[in-house]
Design a protein around this ligand. Sequence first.
Ligand SMILES: [Ca+2]
Ligand SMILES: [Ca+2]
Ligand SMILES: [Ca+2]
Length: 177
Amino acid sequence: MKYIAILAAGAAIAGALVGALEAAERLPPGLPPSAALLLRFDADKDGIITKDEMEAGLKADYTAADSNGDSCINPAEVRAENALRLRRDASQASPLVDWNLDGCVDLREFGNTAHSYFDLADRTKDGRVSSVELRGPSMPVAPRVIPAPAKSATETAGPASSTMGASPATAGPTARY
Ligand SMILES: [Ca+2]
Ligand SMILES: [Ca+2]
Ligand SMILES: [Ca+2]
């Protein structure tokens, strides 16, 4: 009896470990959960999402969501797609919205969230989102200009240079008088 319980517990732990490993495999380490929304478009699995990969992925997703194939995702199809996204993306799920309220979600409305995310993530603006860019702004890709120290430097330099310039200026008129 005891051994059976231990075996059952062992199997449960093994199952949990497999589940954890599968979850870890889906997202490379160091990436935020939101990265999965773009990484699922990485068709060639090179860790970089190109604009073309995203557009192709969005078209495929759109075709899948448009169950009756009329190039319109109607309210019933929207509900089905949103339920699927909730299951797949959990807290990262972004619901489909018929932004112009014409009763259809078209391809532009469908790709709205992905396009916004892509444009924000692509900080180098080269049409590719790399894994470094997916990690977020804590990994700088370009040098930053910090205006605060530069301002205080001119403030301290101001009186110093005017004092230095003042002595020849006062020396000039004094010499002439
Ligand atoms: Ca890729
Ligand atoms: Ca449809
Ligand atoms: Ca619409």
